[in-house]
Each structure stands twice: as C-alpha cells, then as structure tokens.
Design a protein around this ligand. Structure first.
Ligand code: FES
Ligand code: FES
Length: 171
C-alpha cells in the first residue's frame, strides 16, 4: 500500500468568484488557509479554527461551509465564493453590504465576511426572513464588537423586513 505523505502537495483546481484558478495544497491544508495564502482571497478570515466562530464561512457550490472544517482538496472542481465576490468590479457594494454599512452592523469587521456569506446563502432560499430566522442563522457566528442588533437590522433592511417594536429587540 502506498504511504501517504502528509506534506505532499496536490494541485487543486476550482472556480473562485467566477474565475478558474488552481494552486498547490498539502493534503492536510484547510480550505480557509488555501484561499487566503495560496489564492490570495484574504477576505476569508480565520478565528477559532474549529468551527465555532463562523468568520471563515465561504460558499461551495452556493452552500455556506466553514473554511476551517473543510480541506482544500475537497474544493477540487467546485465553485467557491468568498466575500470578494459581493461588490461589483467597480467597487459598488451589494444591497446586503450597503445595509451593513447603513445599520452600523460592523465595527472591526473581522466577523463580517463570514456573516455576509452565511446570509448570502440563506437569503437565496429565504429572501424575506423573520427576525427570529435571522437570529437563528446568526447564532452560528460570533461577533465581539457589535452586540448583533445592528446585524439583525441590516439583514432585515436588505430583505425588506422590519425589526420588532422597540423594547422587544434583543442584543
Ligand atoms: S475559524 Fe472557522 S469557524 Fe472559526
Ligand atoms: S465587528 Fe468586530 S468581531 Fe464582529
């Protein structure tokens, strides 16, 4: 039986934000590290590295996944979408990004790419979520700055919804 050398590199080819790209990855390399350090998609952030904080969230074939719980080699042949894809090529923010800006849904911004990608996936299948549904999705992300209320307001605004009356809003 062939011994697997964990340092051996494999060529991984994928579509990243609409472009065919490829790079070499060790068999144990995480997708988040591959995207950042090999392919230069530094909008992908890495926090806890064990699936808790959500800041490494990207889309594979349109579905949100943790970049720290996925191996780079698992992206072979797949379509990967990161936060870099959201604004138009001339730098115009999309509706969700604009809502985050307008509702002060970020401070340091470290958690923001992952949250934007989770909601990009979620809003594609549920374009008009309730506040509780938004909070359910947000429960998969940690933000140490905003207190979450601004993020909920931003997603509601981007999806045409309205926040619960004053006093019922939770941080
Ligand atoms: S870095 Fe992936 S979930 Fe925290
Ligand atoms: S804006 Fe700083 S961690 Fe969320």
């Amino acid at each position: 039986m062939r011994r697997v050398n964990k340092d051996e590199r494999t060529r991984v080819a994928l579509t990243l934000n609409g472009r065919a790209v490829s790079g070499d990855a060790e068999s144990r390399m995480l997708l988040a590290d591959f995207l950042r350090h090999v392919l230069g998609a530094t909008g992908v952030h890495v926090g806890c590295e064990h699936g808790v904080c959500g800041c490494c969230t990207v889309l594979i074939d349109g579905t949100a996944v943790r970049g720290c719980l996925t191996l780079a080699v698992q992206a072979e042949g797949r379509t990967v979408t990161t936060v870099e894809s959201l604004a138009s090529p001339d730098g115009k923010l999309n509706a969700l990004q604009l809502a985050f800006q307008q509702h002060h849904a970020l401070q340091c911004g470290f958690c923001t790419p992952g949250i934007l990608m989770s909601f990009t996936d979620y809003l594609a299948s549920n374009p008009h979520p309730t506040e509780d549904e938004i909070r359910e999705v947000l429960s998969g992300h940690l933000c140490r700055c905003t207190g979450y209320a601004g993020i909920v307001a931003a997603v509601l605004a981007a999806s045409g919804g309205a926040a619960k009356p004053e006093g019922r809003s939770r941080t």
